[in-house]
Design a protein around this ligand. Structure first.
Ligand SMILES: Cc1cc2nc3c(=O)[nH]c(=O)nc-3n(C[C@H](O)[C@H](O)[C@H](O)COP(=O)(O)OP(=O)(O)OC[C@H]3O[C@@H](n4cnc5c(N)ncnc54)[C@H](O)[C@@H]3O)c2cc1C
Length: 473
């Protein structure tokens, strides 16, 4: 039986492993940590496109219940706000919830789908040959058809491939504190700065708050202990109050890098999430981008293991590398603007930024990028140019929605009739208009026009979904 190994049970690895298992692929997830999900969260924002991806897996309602609220308005600096409220789709906001809530939901789903998780297992090396991949851990060797390194910033898989992680540090000595407050801040997200310092404050929804603070004049190493009084003082200076910070469960310093690997695929080995790209926390896009990587790769691996051409796997690099590069650019621009030192520069930033965001096309582009709703993939040569664009959810005549039919990693043939043999992986839904094949990750796979010859549909399915199971399925 074909087998995929995923290294790293962070959000990226958990989504990917769960998708593969739901698609009927045997998956082993190797994780260095013990089995507990940490309550020390890094990300706390789930953006609109990720919510759509989770909707296509039936997980949004559960995750929403863990959240501290929906935020439609992100303040960048001065009076410059990004309004997510006009995003198209069911989720014109970002959900504020801790990364550990996302991981818990994805873990429960992966376990239910049958993923084998081996905790306390550290991957140290990887070798590949024509028939598969050998994954070497501290005490044994595993063998698989394909391997995905979702093992984060310090990825051992990336290192084993001999891949560089080019880029640089953008921000040093960021203070991170998870604290309780005696007073509730009036806004869900609070951010302010005075040119040499800034503080960002967000709730986790369970009584704890995350503070990121940065002081331009401070240049201490990440291992210098951080005291709660230092956090209180900078918060008061930047926000005018510390909202009665009472206790902390996590105090640390970190630096932020901007890096991207050149090759997301090397033969039978793939890199996804932070193993492939990292950038500043500005815009809250890191975890979200990793989850989109996973959603892009999982159906392709499942299809190739069911007989689709191997070249389908090359589209992972072609589609996701440019998105990663763009996320680095946007997040980098946001952090550099936030860090502007001179009074004049900050005044210009406020005026120019405010004016620019009044232009609908610029506003749409920025909100589309931050939320990932606006990303699209290039259409293959000769295909309708709409192929590769995000397919919006549709209300169907029978009262169901398109994204509900994507659940289980299925393709959906909108308005067409699925030929025999693919019934386990393709669902046909009635709809007037053009016949559209939608990928499991919610992007347009093929547009047939108003009618489609059965042979044409079969050819498309064999290329994208894999070989038919058997007649009548
Ligand atoms: C302070 C901070 C704030 C952030 N805020 C946001 C935000 O608001 N929004 C957002 O989208 N992103 C945010 N991010 C980024 C986000 O946390 C990461 O992008 C996300 O965790 C990446 O997920 P991942 O699954 O790719 O990697 P990780 O979460 O790093 O998971 C990798 C997993 O691999 C395991 N592992 C590592 N090496 C091995 C090995 N050799 N063998 C076996 N297992 C191994 C690790 O134990 C870990 O469980 C933030 C990051 C930081 C640091």
């Amino acid at each position: 039986m074909s087998h995929v190994i995923v290294v790293g049970a962070g959000p990226t690895g958990l989504l990917l492993a769960g998708d593969l298992a739901e698609a009927g692929v045997a998956v082993t997830l190797l994780e260095r940590r013990d089995g507990r999900v940490s309550n020390l969260s890094r990300a706390f924002a789930v953006h609109a496109r990720t919510l759509e991806v989770l909707d296509a897996r039936g997980l949004v309602e559960e995750l929403d219940r863990t959240g501290a609220g929906h935020v439609s308005d992100i303040r960048l600096f001065e009076r410059v706000h990004v309004d997510l409220g006009r995003l198209p789709g069911r989720f014109p906001y970002m959900l504020v919830t801790a990364q550990y809530n996302v991981e818990r939901v994805l873990l429960a789903r992966a376990v239910a789908a049958g993923v084998t998780i081996e905790y306390g297992t550290t991957v140290v090396d990887v070798h590949q040959d024509a028939t598969g991949v050998s994954v070497i851990t501290e005490d044994r060797t595993y063998r698989a058809d394909y391997l995905v390194g979702a093992d984060g910033f310090h990825s051992a898989v990336r290192r084993s491939l001999g891949q560089a992680f080019p880029g640089r540090s953008v921000l040093k000595s960021i203070m991170l504190a998870d604290v309780r407050l005696r007073e509730t801040p009036p806004d869900t997200l609070t951010v302010d700065g005075n040119g040499s310092e800034f503080v960002f404050l967000a709730p986790f929804g369970d009584g704890w708050y995350r503070i990121f603070a940065w002081d331009r004049r401070s240049d201490v190493s990440d291992d210098t202990p951080l005291e709660l009084d230092e956090v209180r003082a900078i918060t008061r200076r930047a926000l005018g109050t510390d909202f009665g910070i009472s206790e902390a469960r996590w105090l640390s310093r970190f630096h932020s890098d901007e890096r991207q690997v050149a090759e997301y695929r090397v033969g039978r080995v793939f890199l996804a999430g932070d193993a492939a790209h990292v950038h500043s926390p500005a815009g809250g896009m890191g975890m979200n981008t990793g989850l989109q990587d996973a959603a892009n790769l999982s159906w392709k691996l499942a299809a190739v293991l069911r007989g689709a051409p191997e070249t389908l796997l090359d589209t992972y690099q072609a589609e996701r590398h440019p998105v990663g590069a763009e996320v680095l650019r946007i997040s980098g621009t946001m952090i550099r603007m936030a860090m502007l030192r001179s009074r004049v520069g900050r005044a210009v930033r406020g005026v120019v930024g405010g004016l620019a965001l009044r232009v609908p096309a610029i506003r749409r582009r920025l909100t589309g990028r931050i939320s990932a709703i606006g990303f699209r993939y290039a259409a293959p040569r000769g295909e309708d140019p709409r192929v590769g664009s995000r397919m919006p959810d549709l209300d169907l005549a029978d009262g169901t929605r398109l994204y509900e039919h994507l659940r289980g990693g299925r393709f959906v043939l909108v308005g067409g009739t699925a030929p025999e043999g693919w019934g386990d992986r393709v669902r046909a839904v009635a709809s007037a208009g053009e016949i559209v094949l939608v990928r499991p990750d919610g992007y347009v796979a093929k547009i047939f026009g108003r009618t489609a010859e059965p042979a044409e549909v079969r050819t498309a399915l064999a290329a994208l979904v894999g070989q038919p199971a058997r007649a009548g399925v």
